[in-house]
Write a protein that binds this ligand. Sequence first.
Ligand SMILES: NC(=O)c1ccc[n+]([C@@H]2O[C@H](COP(=O)([O-])OP(=O)(O)OC[C@H]3O[C@@H](n4cnc5c(N)ncnc54)[C@H](OP(=O)(O)O)[C@@H]3O)[C@@H](O)[C@H]2O)c1
Length: 242
Amino acid sequence: MKAVITGATSGIGYELTKILCREHGARIVGVGRNRDKLNEVKRELGECFQPMALDLSRFESVNELYREAEVSLGEVDLLVNNAGFGLYKKITEHTAEELASLITVNFTTPLLLTIKMLPLMKKNSTVVFVITAGVHVLMQSLPVYGASKAGLHYAVKALRRELSERGVNVLAVYPGVVKTSFHSRAGSEIGEGLDPGKVAREIIRAIEEKKKELYVPRYLSLAKVLTLILPPFRGPAKETGS
Ligand SMILES: NC(=O)c1ccc[n+]([C@@H]2O[C@H](COP(=O)([O-])OP(=O)(O)OC[C@H]3O[C@@H](n4cnc5c(N)ncnc54)[C@H](OP(=O)(O)O)[C@@H]3O)[C@@H](O)[C@H]2O)c1
């Protein structure tokens, strides 16, 4: 299997990269900004991992990643749009740069990257979008993040129909709270959360089974029907930001 994975330096993307390399014999081009971490993953996984240091808030990164995938892999069986970030802030507290970056990294780049990679995607290949189960509630403490992911959720539904005509499967992943650096980077701490390794294994199973969507844990799919009566998600109690 030949794969491109964004956000391979941490959390869910790192776990996916590790398991696919070690247990599935995958060759992976893995993206992140943190060069030290990319080099660490390269030392840990060896030949199967091709690190690519890119900031996905820059549109040029999409072209650079395409060229690297073309040279290193030639064709692609799996594209995982996983990189993303949030900010525990009210909408009125965001700067223009924060708004632009959240929308670019979480919404625009995953779509652009998918469009760009299509010529390399084999028939029966899969594109994964890591969204969030939070799209079904009002994410009051992460509102712009929630909006960016809700936009992605909407776009992916339409994209799935377009890509099915080309024989490319689309898997939308909706995790609950996962214990990764996402929350501390976003300006808060979480208590309990899902193990990112477990989330990664569920994603791999869903790819193998050609699923269209995956909720982790599975009962969160109920949020789809409970969306009208669920209270807003207010986030962890111990927020560090104002
Ligand atoms: N953790 C949760 O509770 C949770 C729940 C639902 C959905 N999700 C989603 O799951 C995905 C993975 O998050 P995670 O929990 O694994 O978080 P994480 O541990 O913070 O990992 C985020 C990854 O995204 C990369 N990334 C972020 N901004 C980037 C940028 N501008 N350019 C390139 N890479 C960038 C990071 O790379 P560098 O550090 O190297 O820049 C890192 O590898 C995200 O899309 C997130 O929204 C997370």
